[in-house]
Design a protein around this ligand. Structure first.
Ligand code: NAD
Length: 469
């Protein structure tokens, strides 16, 4: 029986990064993946393909609506969706092949198939073409990620009514796409297809979009998205979605979506994006005593240890936001704990980003969270329209908001709605990680002319002394 120091189940960003770190620390590591490509949801059907399509659709939109203002005339702009989708697939292939190379380089043994914990310190790999193989491991790390959550009454057929996986590969631009859920996925995918010409209606159960993000910025973002032509229906709990078969010659099937508080909508495509559920099925957890919490997530302690000896879990299968970079931090922390005895993840310094245009990024606490916790804070806000670079690139919508402790000036949260917000938020994450004050950011030189100057100005604004406001 092949024996390893560590067996990682799942080769997404959490699992493969943990495997590499464990190998760096001298461990003999195995990784089990049931898909033919490594990289998990993030690389195959999530973060990466969606970012490729967001970029391409932005270029298309710019060519049609923005370049003329730059004095660049382009006529007869046409969409070649097949090429756009092929480019996306090639980017995915390049990256998933890259992960396979990283596994080889780090001498990590790859097993293809479904991993099931078959006893203490044992994992059985089951594949369609080959006989089951049982491995022995000193430690087992579960990094199996998550899957789209179903919604009662919504009949996902994997075609007309689908999840983000289908929405990343529509062969034609939908005439009318109805998105269920105004979260990360709904807004990113809705933006892509809106830019490519679809009518997009987003149905959201809550009275606001992007729950969990800064409420003021979510409201501002909604107004910008509405200007882009996305229609929102808030307080709209979807109760059913079904496909009516095509009637008559050359007719397409029609989707009918029903929700509380309004008339049913007929459309040609539906995207279900109401959250994700941890992937815990078929792992043999019961038999070895790995317990789940009330929301079906694997219970862990501060060292990512499950309730069963020598079995650890990270990423989307445990508590916390379902984000690739959160899983990576946890994967590294878990194996560092196993092989060095120390680990730490600062959950206050994990950013969240919605890659719409403009992007929305946040790290640390929101105003609502600070108010609820009774923490006195000062707020510094700076608008992108006061920034030279934002004007030069022609993206002036949005603002930066920094929240600092009223007494100590320590940065507690940062929120950015604007161009390249996702890149800019890294500075605030580092500031929080280092325990920086708003004054520290304000006193750091930020190159001119850059969008990053908005961070400095917002930090100055905490003390009412922004220069360009
Ligand atoms: P989400 O949790 O972000 O949003 C789901 C939305 O659906 C919520 O606003 C919720 O109120 C709404 N909803 C729930 N039931 C509803 C109903 N019956 N009718 C109408 N609306 C309803 O979930 P998501 O967008 O599916 O994303 C899933 C996960 O993937 C998230 O945890 C997210 O962190 C992750 N993700 C992250 C990124 C990123 O980092 N950019 C991108 C995509 C996905």
């Amino acid at each position: 029986m092949p024996a390893h120091d560590l067996i990682v189940i799942g080769a997404g960003p959490g699992g493969y990064v943990a495997a590499i770190r464990a190998a760096q620390l001298g461990a003999n590591v195995a990784i089990i993946e049931k898909e033919s490509a490594l990289g998990g949801t993030c690389l195959r059907v999530g973060c990466i393909p969606s970012k490729a399509l967001l970029e391409s659709s932005e270029r298309y939109h710019a060519a049609r609506h923005e370049l003329a203002a730059h004095g660049v005339k382009v006529q007869n702009v046409q969409l070649d969706l097949a090429t756009m989708l092929k480019r996306k697939d090639e980017i995915v292939r390049g990256l998933t092949d890259g992960v396979a190379m990283l596994m080889q380089k780090n001498k990590i043994t790859r097993y293809a198939g479904h991993g099931r914990i078959s006893g203490p310190g044992q994992v059985t790999v089951e594949a369609r073409e080959t006989a089951p193989q049982t491995l022995e491991g000193r430690y087992i790390l579960i990094a199996t990620g998550s899957k789209s959550a179903p919604l009662k009454g919504v009949e996902v057929d994997g075609d007309r009514i689908g999840t983000s996986t289908e929405a990343l590969s529509f062969a034609q631009v939908p005439e009318h796409l109805v998105v269920i859920g105004a979260g990360y996925i709904g807004l990113e995918m809705g933006s892509i297809w809106r830019r490519l010409g679809a009518n997009v209606t987003v149905l959201e159960y809550l009275p606001r979009i992007l729950p969990g993000m800064d409420a003021e910025f979510a409201g501002l973002a909604q107004k910008i998205f509405e200007k882009q032509g996305i229609a929102f229906k808030l307080g709209a709990r979807v109760t059913s979605a079904r496909v009516e078969p095509a009637k008559g010659k050359n007719k397409q099937p029609i989707c009918v979506v029903e929700y509380e508080g309004g008339e049913s909508i007929r459309c040609d495509r539906v995207l279900l994006s109401v959250g994700r559920l941890p992937n815990t099925d078929g792992l043999g957890l019961d038999a070895v005593g790995v317990q789940l919490d009330e929301r079906g997530r694997i219970k862990i302690n501060e060292h990512f240890a499950t309730t069963a000896p020598s079995i650890y879990a990270i990423g989307d299968v445990i508590r916390g936001p379902m984000l690739a970079h959160k899983a990576e931090e946890e994967g590294i922390a878990a194996v560092e704990y196993l092989f060095t005895g120390y680990c730490h993840v600062n959950y206050d310094a994990i950013p969240g980003i919605v890659y719409t245009e403009p992007e929305i990024a946040a790290v640390g606490k929101t105003e609502e969270e600070l108010t609820q916790a009774g923490v006195a804070y000062r707020k510094g806000v700076f608008h992108f329209r006061g920034n030279g670079r934002a004007r030069a690139i022609g993206h002036t919508d949005g603002r930066v908001k920094i929240l600092a402790d009223a007494k100590t000036d320590r940065v507690l949260g940062a929120h950015i709605l604007g161009p390249r917000a996702g890149d800019m938020i890294a500075e605030a994450a580092v500031a929080i990680e280092f325990g920086a004050s708003a004054e520290d950011i304000a006193r750091s030189s930020h190159a001119h002319p850059t969008l990053a100057e908005c961070m400095k100005e917002a930090a100055l604004a905490v003390d009412q002394r922004a220069i360009h406001a």
